[in-house]
Design a protein. Structure first.
Length: 268
């Protein structure tokens, strides 16, 4: 009996991803088909797996939505032959996206201002900033600061993505892809992006563990930026791909709370 194996990878993340970083494959046994998946990324991914089949009995409900932990391989499910003499048919496709859709942000965490202690910088865009933070990630923050300002981790975590090789920046959206950035995954599974870093302004490596207050890079104006600033956002994976931004609190000299656009903050 002819069987069809049809794999379609849809990448919904706008960030660069290696096409082979997540794979779904099957092993045929005497009693059925076993489906396995591996994730070779440094971060979890959420996999959506869809199948059309005949004369097979699935062990789980479909479509299957499954979180794959970083650098793991796991069995997803089985299909048992329900009428082997009649043959069987199987056709699957899947897509995946960065992050675990089940994570919950620790809202009581007080983030550290991501610049040097004692230095003062203006928050030019706060939550729901009207210039460039509408749409996907409204809870991003922009701190105006000169190029080369040291950037410190606002919270401990693991570096899961970074880019430091870009040289271009400009005031329109077509420059977006040229941003240098660091993405750190926190222990609760949320991510923080530190963006617009200067060329070669990334001081960390993928997979590196960083602690809150550790120097991770230097600010700049790469990517979609009208001038030198740090763009900071905490986000988590969204059902179906992409991210949800999270309003977070910072520890400041005036106490713990959300930051306000138009206010200056002193590194603390
Ligand atoms: Zn921004």
């Amino acid at each position: 009996m002819k069987t069809i194996l049809f794999l379609l990878i849809l990448l919904t993340s706008g960030l660069t991803q290696d096409n082979s970083s997540v794979n779904v494959y099957r092993i045929e046994t005497e009693t059925g088909i076993e489906i396995y998946a591996n994730n070779s990324n440094l971060y979890p991914v959420t996999l959506e797996y869809m199948v059309e089949y005949e004369n097979l009995k699935p062990s789980k409900g479909l479509p299957l939505v499954q979180v794959l932990q970083p650098n793991t391989e796991q069995k997803l499910m089985d299909f048992e032959y329900s009428n082997l003499s009649a043959g069987w048919d199987y056709s699957s496709r899947y897509r995946y996206y960065m992050g675990d859709i089940n994570v919950r942000h620790n809202d009581s965490f007080a983030y550290r201002l991501p610049f040097p202690i004692g230095e003062e910088y203006l928050l030019t865009q706060g939550f729901n900033g009207a210039f460039s933070h509408q749409g996907e990630l409204p809870h991003a923050l922009d701190f105006a600061m000169p190029e080369g300002t040291p950037i410190y981790a606002a919270r401990h975590g693991k570096v899961v993505m970074m880019e430091g090789g870009n040289t271009k920046g400009g005031p329109t959206a077509e420059f977006m892809e040229y941003a240098n950035f660091i993405t750190i995954m926190h222990d609760d599974g949320t991510f923080a992006d530190y963006s617009h870093l200067k060329h070669r302004g990334v001081n960390v490596q993928p997979g590196q563990r960083v602690r809150m207050g550790q120097l991770i890079g230097y600010s700049g104006a790469t990517g979609f930026a009208t001038g030198p600033h740090l763009h900071f956002v905490v986000k988590k994976a969204k059902h179906g791909g992409g991210f949800i931004s999270i309003p977070v609190q910072f520890a400041t000299r005036k106490g713990i709370g959300e930051l306000q656009a138009g206010e200056s903050y002193i590194g603390y």
